[in-house]
Design a binder for this molecule. Structure first.
Ligand SMILES: Nc1ncnc2c1ncn2[C@@H]1O[C@H](COP(=O)(O)OP(=O)(O)OP(=O)(O)O)[C@@H](O)[C@H]1O
Length: 255
């Protein structure tokens, strides 16, 4: 991300897109992403069902953010398939972007714009009606109400993270992609993010959370997928990754 573009990405026409209950929220098969000589993602398979939250764990450079960027339509796949809410991100980019709310790991905010202006722009691009009460509620929930009309240039890292989650959640997307949503975020922000994830699951959305914070991941997600060097090495229940035993199991997968 360049940090110059607001999230989410602009959409064009917005025809009705009724959910097909047969569709997974996220379906990734044989995904490869190459940057020159670097295989950032080297054949990843993932599935997130509607109403499920899956955590994506792995060491620095494992390919987590690249996978998220493909699903958000920011980076094209080199090979394989990536679908969100039944839409191929490559073949149906607009329908796919419409289904997604994306919190990028870095950037995405316009320094000279206020949180309210970010929300206004997002609502306009997505042609949302009656979005204001939800926007106000989300800002309050994330303790950003007092700074709703302050430019984001002076925001702390954690404030920027919290606003990025608010922007991803505004339109109640069918697929919520949160890349490092807890990074540098205080307990109020963590709690608010948990609520956003739980609300999304309750209305049948699928959630993918990329993070280094295993303890938080297992608290809010039902399953964990571990990437290593661009390859998925395990998908296990969150219980399996909890506590001291989970820490040992996780370290073993990274070795
Ligand atoms: N735009 C790019 N150009 C070249 N290489 C890239 C690019 N984006 C990612 N990479 C490389 O792809 C690999 C995977 O990066 P990625 O950011 O997906 O990892 P990650 O698991 O999210 O890491 P972290 O936990 O540090 O954020 C790394 O080797 C990285 O250097």
């Amino acid at each position: 991300m360049t940090g110059r573009e607001p999230q989410p990405t602009a959409d064009a026409a917005d025809p009705a897109d009724p959910a097909d209950p047969a569709d997974a929220a996220v379906e990734v098969a044989g995904l490869c992403v190459r940057f020159g000589a670097v295989d950032a993602v080297a054949g990843v398979d993932l599935r997130v069902e509607a109403g499920q939250a899956l955590a994506l764990l792995g060491r620095n450079g494992a390919g987590k953010s690249t996978t998220m960027r493909v699903l958000a339509g920011v980076v094209p796949p080199s090979a394989g398939r990536a679908l969100v809410a039944g839409h191929d991100v490559h073949a149906e980019p607009l329908a796919a972007k419409r289904a997604v709310g994306y919190c990028p790991d870095v950037g995405g905010l316009v320094p000279r714009a206020t949180p309210w202006e970010h929300l206004q722009l997002s609502a306009r691009l997505r042609r949302l009606d009656g979005w204001e009460p939800r926007a106000r509620a989300l800002l309050e929930q994330f303790d950003l109400g007092d700074v709703a009309h302050r430019v984001t240039a002076g925001f702390s890292h954690g404030m920027g993270r919290r606003l990025s989650v608010v922007l991803a959640a505004l339109h109640e997307p069918r697929v919520l992609l949160l890349d490092e949503p807890f990074d540098g975020v205080d307990p109020v922000g963590v709690e608010a993010t948990f609520t956003v994830i739980e609300d999304a699951r309750a209305r049948g959305a699928g959630v993918l959370v990329s993070t280094h914070l295993r303890d938080l991941a297992v608290e809010v997600c039902s399953e964990v997928a571990v990437l290593r060097a661009g390859v998925r090495v395990a998908t296990v229940s969150a219980d399996h990754m909890a506590g001291d035993e989970g820490a040992r199991a996780y370290r073993a997968l990274l070795a």
